[in-house]
Design a protein around this ligand. Sequence first.
Ligand code: SAM
Length: 298
Amino acid sequence: MSEEKKPFLGNPQETIAVLQKYHFTFQKKFGQNFLIDPHVLEKIIRAAEITKEDYVLEIGPGIGTMTQYLSCAAGKVCAVEIDRNLIPILEDTLNGFENVTVLNEDILKVDIGELARRQNGGRPIKVVANLPYYITTPIIMGLLESHAPVASMTVMVQKEVAARMQAAPGTKDYGALSLAVQYYAEPYIAANVPPNCFMPRPGVGSAVIRLTLHKRPPVEVKDEALLFGIIRASFNQRRKTLVNGLKNDQVLDFSREEIEEAAAACGLPLAIRGETLSLKQFAALSNALGNIRDKRKK
Ligand code: SAM
């Protein structure tokens, strides 16, 4: 039996050696900032609580640094990398890490539900990534909205984005992203990571956030699309009162009287601003407006 390989990447010297060996040039358009700090890598693995029972999806393995750590902690790892110049490098650095499969694909085009069904018998998978920052929100929201079997996502994101995902009502960071993320998952910021832990250094601070997916949403909502439509409209018009913000929205199409009726039914003052409402209050408002819309149809 072959001996299990240990991670050897994750420090500046080895990273530079690999990059030079393959004459690799960073592609800005792919958000390439590779991790070069073993403490940060260990923190990510710990925060993700990976065991040998787990099937892990890594988004954007780069030269395979975190992939090596994941390989040692998990049962199986699937790493999806868009940059084909990295594929020969990954074949080299992951040689001997037997439980890793690399796919040369765009993660936004991968059907993750199908992957979990095919590779993990439909059991929930764990997603771990140092995300390419230019597509953080589409990746996270795409995954959450797809209802794919995912137990948790432990991801490195821009510090400000992590703060927005975890923000509470009435704070400056609170917005549509906070509500959408908190509807599907419980966020927890596990670490702040400075730019010097990456090569090249990003122009922004980073944070590791773990999103543990709810088995069931924390609020009962009859129409998810209506809930998210109301949230979007409320934050599009941040300075306006809730009633004015919703009344002006073309897509929602509720009259002032209908919105006031729904707000009253939920015990919300008419002068309240959307940005102070909790997820529970948005859910109640969405159910009340849904009832009014249903009555209208009859
Ligand atoms: N995991 C590596 C590390 O921590 O050192 C690299 C992280 S780097 C921030 C982001 C990685 O995602 C890069 O390797 C980049 O090429 C890859 N990437 C960018 N867009 C992608 C996409 N749409 N699908 C899959 N991978 C992508």
